[in-house]
Design a protein. Structure first.
Length: 74
């Protein structure tokens, strides 16, 4: 996940939920999500799968394994 998107999620659900006036606007969310999506690559094997340029495909695989190992569901 892009660092700015992650920062917004953490702040929104950890800090801002107590004070709705501090939450980002829809326009701010769109800007942050646009930045994050601009740094995604399409997987060469599965065109419906995207991964972060920052972490590469190896990072995406590691994150998926961790996600699945922890018993979470998609």
């Amino acid at each position: 996940m892009h660092s700015e998107v992650k920062k917004y999620f953490l702040k929104c659900f950890n800090d801002w939920y107590k004070n709705p006036n501090l939450r980002p606007t829809a326009k701010e969310w769109m800007q942050v999500l646009k930045v994050g999506s601009n740094e995604l690559n399409v997987c060469e094997m599965v065109d419906s799968y995207y991964y972060s340029q920052t972490y590469g495909i190896e990072g995406a695989i590691k994150a998926l394994k961790t996600f699945l190992y922890n018993g979470s569901s998609l």
